[in-house]
Design a protein around this ligand. Structure first.
Ligand SMILES: *[C@@H]1O[C@H](CO)[C@@H](O)[C@H](O)[C@H]1NC(C)=O
Ligand SMILES: *[C@@H]1O[C@H](CO)[C@@H](O)[C@H](O)[C@H]1NC(C)=O
Ligand SMILES: [Zn+2]
Length: 449
């Protein structure tokens, strides 16, 4: 009797080991490319971006989810490092802060050349992997980082930005954030303002991926309608599994889908939350979503966030629940739309079994255990992102004229900025004031005021 139990337990162990072994074999060929890691933010908070400070050595860094040994143990071969600056920098020093976070990413590559290779094109992945390095890219998190300037957007592109998250957790003057869908923030652009549309066109023209993590539903739809290239969600999970507004609902997943197209569904997808006005965030100026059959499919990518609150909608979560999100996105949008965007070092709670970046092979083993093919696993690890990046590059057009028209002055918060270039409006106000002061005594004397 007891020997039977022993044999089964051993078989179980062997099976577990077999998937772990298979995961490591797959990943030594196709490593993980992750969409979002906030190590640069930790470097700012802990060391004021001084990489030579005591304790800042990335080979022995402690108290973070990310270090060089953990990246190596996790078979991480590509990382979008987040150049993140919080919403309270909006209309203040957001551009300076963003430049500093891009600079610290570049200095990571310079200081640890045997580990990191800063790349700016899809062809860089293969080269980095051949040299056994972590391909490192810049993702700018938060549209406030461009301070409503297409010129700043272009400058950030030249500094290596290869995705721009259109908002963080605040509206910009031109795009709405996810808190609009919770009711915590008011809809402002109702998707994208006219300037927001120019931002998306310019990102398309340059070959910068548009990142829809953190944006409102209406903004997701407006971008999916407009973008000529596939989009990404650099760190978002599935709303159907955990109904948090940071996650991607099924009707949007159906637009992100890659070929072969998912079977059409009735356009009114059921909503898990309590009834709310259906066209949330869709104002009169916003085209009503066309039936799915008429909408183009984007061929984009949803890179799953590991933050407990987005995985289980609770404080606690585990690795298997993260796999549930991957399974769901695969089911609704297809295996080519699945990716990983752990949000390591940007969150406070992580699932049991995915505590730091060294744990990716355990997640891959779980997918294999669930019957994922090697091809689908490799897609989620790296190939889907590389494919999207290549399509974005292909859709770019550097010969086309750059977008020029600036944001309308009345959409800028003007309290601490100069307004050079906006000649008419700023001149008009002092002029009217002067006119009034000179004519008021006269008008008063005529009993006209
Ligand atoms: C980090 O520590 C390792 C091991 O002690 C050492 O070889 C390396 O030079 C250090 N790197 C930096 C940039 O301080
Ligand atoms: C993960 O959490 C879920 C929900 O609490 C639970 O049902 C499941 O057994 C857990 N899985 C593992 C492997 O711990
Ligand atoms: Zn984020």
């Amino acid at each position: 009797m007891w020997s039977g139990w022993w044999v089964w337990a051993l078989l179980g162990l062997c099976a577990a080991d077999q998937f772990r072994e298979q995961a490591r074999r797959i990943m030594s060929d196709t490593p993980a490319v992750d969409g979002h890691n906030d190590l640069p933010w930790q470097l700012l908070k802990r060391f004021n971006n001084q990489l030579l400070a005591a304790g800042a050595n990335l080979s022995s860094l402690e108290g973070t989810h990310t270090s060089i040994p953990k990246l190596r143990a996790g078979f991480v071969g590509g990382q979008f490092w987040s150049a993140y600056t919080p919403c309270d920098t909006q209309n203040k020093d957001s551009v300076k802060r963003t430049l500093e976070q891009i600079d610290v990413i570049h200095r990571m590559c310079q200081l640890y050349p045997e580990t990191f290779a800063c790349i700016t094109s899809s062809s860089g992945f293969g080269e980095a992997w051949a040299a056994h390095k972590v391909a490192s890219l810049v993702g700018v998190e938060g549209g406030h980082s461009i301070d409503s300037s297409l010129a700043v957007l272009r400058a950030l592109y030249h500094l290596g930005m290869r995705y721009l998250t259109l908002t963080h957790s605040c509206n910009t003057p031109w795009a709405d954030n996810w808190l609009v869908d919770t009711g915590a923030d008011e809809a402002q652009s109702k998707g994208l303002s006219p300037f927001g549309k120019r931002v998306v066109k310019e990102l398309n023209r340059l070959g910068v991926m548009v990142d829809l993590a953190h944006v409102s539903m209406a903004t997701m739809r407006a971008v999916l309608e407009l973008s000529k290239a596939p989009v990404i969600f650099s760190h978002s999970s599935a709303y159907a599994i955990c109904p948090n507004r940071r996650n991607v609902p099924d009707d949007v997943l159906e637009l992100v889908v890659s070929a072969p197209a998912a079977p059409p569904r009735p356009p009114t997808a059921p909503r898990p939350s309590k009834p709310r006005p259906r066209p949330q965030g869709l104002g009169p100026n916003q085209p009503h979503p066309r039936p799915l059959s008429q909408q183009k499919q984007n061929r984009g990518l949803v890179m799953v966030n590991f933050y407990n609150d987005y995985v289980s909608c609770q404080k606690e979560a585990n690795l298997s629940q993260v796999a549930d999100h991957l399974d769901h996105i695969k089911k609704v949008a297809g295996a080519e739309a699945v990716g990983l965007g752990g949000d390591f070092d940007g969150v406070t709670r992580l699932p049991a079994g995915l505590e730091d970046v060294s744990k990716y092979p355990d997640l891959v083993a779980e997918l294999l255990r669930r019957g994922w093919s090697e091809q689908d696993v490799k897609g989620a690890l790296a190939n889907n992102l590389v494919r999207v990046f290549m399509e974005v590059e292909k859709a770019s057009n550097h010969a086309a004229a750059p977008e020029e028209e600036p944001i309308a002055l009345d959409q800028l918060e003007a309290s601490c900025r100069t307004l050079y270039g906006y000649s008419r409006a700023p001149l008009l106000q002092p002029l009217l004031g002067a006119l009034l002061t000179t004519t008021a005594p006269l008008l008063l004397s005529l009993h006209l005021l």
